[in-house]
Design a protein around this ligand. Structure first.
Ligand SMILES: Cc1cc2nc3c(=O)[nH]c(=O)nc-3n(C[C@H](O)[C@H](O)[C@H](O)COP(=O)(O)O)c2cc1C
Length: 203
């Protein structure tokens, strides 16, 4: 497949067969992540590979607990329903044969240090973006090899308990959870915006 075809035909996969994912495939995904661009070539991305069923279940359980805690704080019925509808979109990763947990290491940018704007999102956007590039490399490579993935940040609602469970120590932080396996569904492509609406030429 040509790169453009790989990019277009990749879909977020939320149902997987039980077929295991060989170590060679994980190696290829790690290799694709390794070659992503990163700010000042810091290469802050790390990947935790989880096959253990109990651990996957525990991860989903702490996410569910965080959703339950939020349910007590939502202001109205509509918001509560939306939160409940999201539930499965935050926890289905536990049914995948492999779960990748992607982490990054935020380093405050020099402009952030000089302007004293410590802690603002733009201070860390470079490191988050570098890890996002690595994640996209993983997704596209997996798809090109016949594997399905889904980039998930919903579970980060439980970032702290997940970090505790997986022994991810500060300053390292979770960037995404990516379930991986042979797709058991072929979702329709969600509609994209018209090409003319997403760019403009400034003369
Ligand atoms: C940063 C990011 C976070 C996402 N988080 C979730 C998530 O928590 N749960 C989920 O089911 N899908 C999640 N998605 C997948 C999007 O819903 C999906 O990419 C979008 O609907 C377009 O569908 P496609 O990937 O099949 O083209 C996420 C995607 C991105 C890029």
């Amino acid at each position: 497949m040509e790169l453009a075809e790989i990019i277009k035909s990749r879909r977020s996969i939320r149902k997987f067969t039980d077929a295991d994912v060989p170590d060679e495939i994980i190696q290829k995904l790690a290799e694709a992540a390794r070659w992503a661009p990163s700010p000042t070539n810091r290469q802050g991305t790390e990947i935790i590979v989880i096959r253990n069923r109990d651990l996957k279940d525990k991860m989903a359980e702490v996410v569910k607990q965080s959703i339950n805690e939020l349910e007590t704080k939502v202001p109205n019925e509509d918001a509560l329903q939306t939160l409940r509808d999201y539930g499965n979109y935050f926890t289905f990763f536990k049914e995948a044969p492999v779960v990748l947990v992607i982490t990054y290491r935020p380093k405050q940018s020099i402009t952030g240090i000089l302007t004293g704007s410590s802690g603002k999102p733009r201070d860390y956007i470079a490191d988050i973006s570098g890890t996002a590039a690595a994640i996209q490399n993983i997704l596209l490579t997996a798809h090109s090899l016949g594997y399905g993935t889904c980039w998930m940040t919903g579970p980060l609602i439980a970032e702290e308990p997940l970090a505790d469970l997986l022994e991810i120590r500060p300053p390292r932080r979770l960037a995404a959870i990516v379930p991986l396996g042979i797709p058991a569904e072929q979702p329709e492509a969600p509609k994209r915006k018209d090409i003319d609406s997403i760019f403009r030429v400034v003369e």
